[in-house]
Write a protein that binds this ligand. Structure first.
Ligand SMILES: *Cc1c(COP(=O)(O)O)cnc(C)c1O
Length: 444
């Protein structure tokens, strides 16, 4: 029988773990635990030593319907018997066609063209390249710049870092990056005394307007995460900003890219987050939850107008971008099974009650002396902790694991992004144990 200890040292020796200073796993004092996971079922992860952990962050925001979901498992088994993968240049297959049609239908047909890749950062880069290239093809050759919001996160490849405003991920590579210009974030926490979230949104949009007025001739696209800037600490903002940004982009002929890699797939209470502002993006990036957390898949959806900019006798005017696993059949099939669950189980509706319950569980924390800005939209909830301990996040994470929950604060922001299959009881458990971990982290 395998034990945790059998895998621990081997993993540290051979696997370079993501987003990690590896030495912290090795340090003798207060070492960061590395958890070998043997299996998962629903919201639970189990290690080899019989301990369990409630996956309160959906394994980095990808897992929508729990681990080992019977419906997705069955769909993948069936797909395995038919076709695992085929080159998507010159060939096509049923899962990629059906997925493209169904996603397009979910946008009311406004984004009728789906381009495929395997991860979120690639989706960001595809959207940036497509926007730039479509303006080039139209003869608008000066449009070579991009705008992003302060605190934006759109992935960590060299191209995606251009529009990612997180110093920790970016600064080390500064000489390699062609940095986009940032405009103020509409983050509702930045409200001045008496200011409402809508007013914060309008104030931020006014700066965007000034910038577009001066520079629109050089700007190809504005990229935003609709409603919530997740990776920079679950910064939530009013949909008013998206309405204003959309109309400014129209007025100044700038594309609007909605990066819904994290906020899409029902996370914020609608299938797409931008729907809450009743706007239509020119590009929509999807990844993470779209395959139910099973397989790497990302999609960039765009309009007939952009598609038409590339449709030509000239090869060079085409979009000659590719990834080896573009449109992987298994990943597309997992996505179809995921969309089936949304349809069959009315997930958007049932999530409303679940989100309300999560909010009720969290409410007592609003009174906590060291908690600020308790906030929630749909199945994402967060609060900021008042602590000047630079180790708070790691300490909390360790105490959370010791209390059978997986939560990874971003700096001093503790957030909850559980799979949609979490029960009311498990919600209570998650918040109760998070409260214990919070007290422990603050005491230590
Ligand atoms: C995670 C994320 C990305 C990057 O996706 P990867 O698959 O990690 O490359 C891009 N944008 C947003 C909003 C994300 O949350």
């Amino acid at each position: 029988m395998i034990r945790n200890s059998d895998l621990l040292q081997r993993s540290l020796a051979a696997v370079w773990h993501p987003c990690t200073q590896m030495k912290q796993h090795a340090a003798a004092v207060e070492a960061l635990p590395l958890v070998p996971v043997a299996r998962g079922k629903g919201v639970w992860l189990y290690d080899f030593d019989g301990r369990r952990y409630l996956d309160g962050i959906s394994s980095w925001w990808v897992n929508l319907f729990g681990h080992g979901h019977p419906g997705i498992n069955a769909a993948l088994r069936e797909q395995l018997e038919e076709l695992e993968h085929v080159i998507l240049a010159g060939f096509t297959h049923r899962p990629v066609v059906e997925l493209s049609e169904r996603l397009s239908a979910l946008t009311g047909g406004t984004l009728g063209h789906c381009f495929y890749a395997s991860d979120g950062a690639s989706a960001t880069e595809i959207a940036l390249k497509m926007s730039f290239h479509s303006w080039q093809n139209r003869g608008r050759t000066a449009k070579q710049e991009f705008l992003c919001l302060a605190g934006s996160y759109h992935g960590e490849t060299v191209g995606a870092l251009a529009v990612t405003d997180v110093a920790l991920f970016k600064d080390a590579y500064a000489p390699l990056i062609r940095v986009a210009r940032t405009v103020p974030t509409p983050d509702a926490r930045l409200a001045e005394a008496g200011e409402t979230p809508v007013e914060v949104a309008r104030r931020a949009a006014a700066v965007l307007e000034g910038h577009l007025q001066r520079h629109h001739q050089n700007i190809a696209a504005l990229i935003v995460e609709p409603l919530i800037q997740c990776a920079s600490g679950m910064a939530m903002y009013d949909p008013e900003y998206l309405r204003l940004a959309r109309s400014l982009c129209d007025r100044y002929e700038v594309h609007l890219i909605c990066d819904e890699i994290a906020v899409g797939c029902g996370r914020t209470g609608t299938f797409f987050a931008h729907q809450q502002a009743a706007i239509r993006p020119d590009f929509l990036c999807l990844s993470k939850g779209i395959s139910g957390g099973y397989l790497p898949l990302s999609i960039v959806m765009t309009t007939d107008a952009v598609y038409a900019d590339f449709y030509d006798d000239s090869t060079r005017r085409g979009f000659l971008h590719s990834h080896s696993y573009t449109g992987n059949a298994l990943a597309c099939r997992a996505a179809l099974a995921t969309l089936d669950i949304f349809a069959d189980e009315q997930v958007i509706d049932t999530n409303r009650a679940l989100a309300a319950h999560l909010g009720d569980c969290l409410q007592p924390l609003a009174e906590h002396l060291q908690v600020r800005h308790l906030r929630q939209r749909g199945m994402i909830a967060a609060f900021d902790v008042v602590s000047d301990d630079p180790q708070f996040s790691q300490r909390f994470y360790r105490y959370a694991l010791a209390n059978e929950i997986l939560l990874r604060p971003i700096g001093n922001t503790v957030y909850f992004m559980p799979p949609y299959v979490i029960t009311d009881e498990e919600c209570k458990f998650l918040v109760a144990r998070a409260t214990v971990a919070l007290e422990a982290a603050l005491r230590s």
